[in-house]
Ligand binder design. Structure first.
Ligand code: SAM
Length: 251
C-alpha cells in the first residue's frame, strides 16, 4: 500500500518538475492525445524486427513481452513521416544494436530473437526509396543488405565521424537519428559534425533523453538557431523515463 502511494507521489512530482524545468528552457508546448491501436504501419514493422522504437498493443498479451524496454516513438514517427515517406532518399542511424554482453549499450534485454540492425531494417521497409546507413562502435554489428550499408564509427571522436561520412559518400541525409550511447557529451560531438550533413528540409532526431541529462540538452539547444522540440511520450502502463526525444530542423 505504502509502496503504491510512494510510486504515485513520485510520478506526480516528476510530472510537475518535468513541466517546470522544461518550460524554463523551452517556453511553449502543445499536447497531443491519441488512442494506440494495432493499425499503425510503422509499429507493425517494429514488431516484425523487434525494434524497440515501437510496439503494438497485441504484443502486450504475450507474457514474454517486456514493455519497459520499448518506446512509443513509432506512433509519432508514423505521423511525421508517413505522407512524405516516398521522398526520403538517405537515412542515417547511429547505433546499429550490439548484442555483445560486454557492451554496456547492448540490446540483449530484448531477448534472443533480437538481431543487430533491427531499426535499420525497419527504416528500409518503411522508406521504400531510401538507402539506409548505419554506424556503430561495435564492429560485430556491421553488415550489408539490400539498401542497407553500415560502417564503424566512434561518436566521441570527430576524426572517426569524418571517416564515416567519407565512407558513405552521401552529401546530405534527409533523416539522421542518434540512437547511440545517449550520453550528453558524445551526443553533442556527433551532432556538431552530423548536422552539417542534414539536408535543408531534413530532420535530426536524438532518442532516449533521460531526465538526468535533459537540462543539459535543453540548455545547449536553446542557444542554437534551429527549430528544436522536446517530445515526451506517455502511456498508461509501465511508462519509462527514457521515452523522450529531441527533434531538430534547420528551418
Ligand atoms: C540502443 S543501441 C542501438 C539499437 C538500434 N538502433 C536498434 O534500434 O535496433 C545503441 C548502440 O550504440 C552503440 N554505441 C555505444 N557507444 C558508441 C560510440 N561511442 N560510438 C558509436 N556507437 C556507440 C552501441 O554499440 C549500441 O549498438
Amino acid at each position: 500500500m505504502l509502496r503504491i502511494f510512494l510510486k504515485k507521489k513520485n510520478e506526480i512530482l516528476r510530472k510537475i518538475f518535468f513541466n517546470k524545468t522544461t518550460l524554463k528552457f523551452f517556453n511553449h508546448k502543445y499536447t497531443s492525445y491519441y488512442i494506440k491501436n494495432d493499425y499503425n504501419h510503422l509499429s507493425k514493422i517494429c514488431q516484425k524486427y523487434i525494434a524497440n522504437k515501437g510496439y503494438n498493443i497485441s504484443q502486450l498479451k504475450n507474457s514474454n513481452f517486456k514493455l519497459e524496454f520499448f518506446q512509443n516513438y513509432s506512433d509519432y514517427y508514423f505521423e511525421i513521416f508517413h505522407q512524405n515517406r516516398d521522398n526520403i532518399r538517405n537515412v542515417l542511424e547511429l547505433g546499429i544494436g550490439s548484442v555483445d554482453k560486454d557492451n554496456q549499450y547492448n540490446m540483449n534485454m530484448l531477448g534472443k530473437k533480437y538481431k543487430p540492425g533491427a531499426s535499420l531494417r525497419v527504416w528500409r521497409d518503411y522508406f521504400k526509396k531510401a538507402k539506409i546507413h548505419g554506424a556503430d562502435i561495435d564492429k560485430k554489428t556491421l553488415f550489408k543488405e539490400k539498401r542497407i550499408a553500415t560502417t564503424y564509427v566512434d561518436q566521441s571522436d570527430t576524426k572517426s565521424i569524418s571517416k564515416m561520412f567519407k565512407k558513405f559518400k552521401v552529401k546530405r541525409f534527409d533523416i539522421i537519428i542518434d540512437d547511440g550511447c545517449h550520453r550528453f557529451d558524445e551526443t553533442i560531438i556527433f551532432f556538431n559534425c552530423a548536422i552539417k550533413r542534414l539536408s535543408n528540409n531534413g530532420l535530426y532526431i536524438i532518442e532516449d533523453i533521460v531526465p538526468s541529462q535533459r537540462k543539459k540538452f535543453l540548455k545547449f539547444f536553446k542557444s542554437l538557431k534551429f527549430q528544436v522540440k522536446l517530445i515526451n511520450f506517455y502511456r498508461p502502463k509501465n511508462n519509462i523515463l527514457s521515452n523522450c526525444l529531441i527533434t531538430i530542423r534547420k528551418n
